[in-house]
Design a protein around this ligand. Structure first.
Ligand code: IPE
Ligand code: IPE
Ligand code: MG
Length: 249
């Protein structure tokens, strides 16, 4: 089935929790790492689809700070896949800027080099920004921000009243982009797993059972179509929102 998308209402920022690689593989009698291989292939495919739809920011949860506690061979396989798939050509061909959020220091020198090179070479691309959250978790990010604030305060550069929502937003890893409009989680779990807690305050959530390697164009369109049917109220009443929309049009 195809979903009618309103082209003028494409979410500017889509964040995805790409979950279900391991179960996708186990279901087929394959090792979990085979699911990650398929998962990476799907990242490329979904990145291109989002670019063509006019999405401006796509933020992909790739590896959480908690994922380090998985079996070491799985962790290594994921890291190797990252190095092998940071495809400059894909980003240049689609005019996509690449960014990473998360702690770069804990990554291997090879991964760090790939990330830095890709960020540098794609920095002037303007059609979409693809962000990977790598060695990322929201509590880690918020803790970093608080440390920074305390440091600034200790040096006399920050007063209590200067700690505003804007201050916090502009010190998070995500400071270069707007908050997600739509958060998609594949793989059937109904949780946020330490992802973009601050930024998702008013995001629309879409959960689906499909495992990430099977999340294809139709699923993406269904997620966006569902988003387009929602009314975002940001604390206002339905009538207030309708009134604002009528005045704007
Ligand atoms: C998501 O898939 C990818 C990562 C967390 C790296 P999983 O590997 O979590 O797959 P499941 O949830 O075990 O099926
Ligand atoms: C979240 O998936 C992290 C990524 C998709 C990278 P997990 O599979 O790690 O989350 P939990 O453990 O099911 O909450
Ligand atoms: Mg999982």
């Amino acid at each position: 089935m195809d979903y009618e998308l309103n082209k003028s209402q494409i979410p500017a920022h889509i964040a995805i929790i790409m979950d279900g690689n391991g179960r996708w593989a186990m279901q087929r009698g394959l090792p979990r790492t085979a699911g990650h291989v398929e998962g990476v292939a799907n990242v490329r495919y979904i990145t291109e689809l989002c670019t063509n739809l006019g999405v401006k920011f796509l933020t992909l949860y790739t590896f959480s700070t908690e994922n380090w506690n998985r079996p070491q061979d799985e962790v290594m396989a994921i890291m190797d896949l990252l190095v092998d798939n940071m495809d400059l050509d894909l980003f240049m061909r689609n005019n996509v800027r690449f960014r990473m959020i998360g702690g770069i220091d804990r990554l291997s020198p090879a991964v760090q080099a790939c990330v830095r090179e890709l960020e540098e070479k794609t920095k002037n691309n303007s059609r979409m920004t693809a962000v990977i959250a790598l060695n990322y978790s929201s509590r880690w990010e918020l803790t970093q921000t608080m440390k920074e604030a305390v440091r600034e305060a200790a040096e006399g550069r920050l007063l209590p009243d200067e700690v505003t929502e804007e201050y916090i937003s502009s010190h998070l890893q995500t400071k270069f982009m707007p908050d997600p409009d739509l958060l998609i989680r594949t793989g059937g779990e109904l949780r946020i797993s330490n992802y973009l807690l601050w930024q998702c305050a008013y995001s629309e959530f879409y959960f689906c059972d499909t495992y990430w390697p099977d999340f294809h164009e139709e699923d993406l369109h269904r997620a966006i179509a569902t988003y387009q049917q929602r009314q975002r109220r940001f604390g206002l009443t339905e009538a207030q929102v309708e009134n604002t929309n009528t005045t704007e049009n």
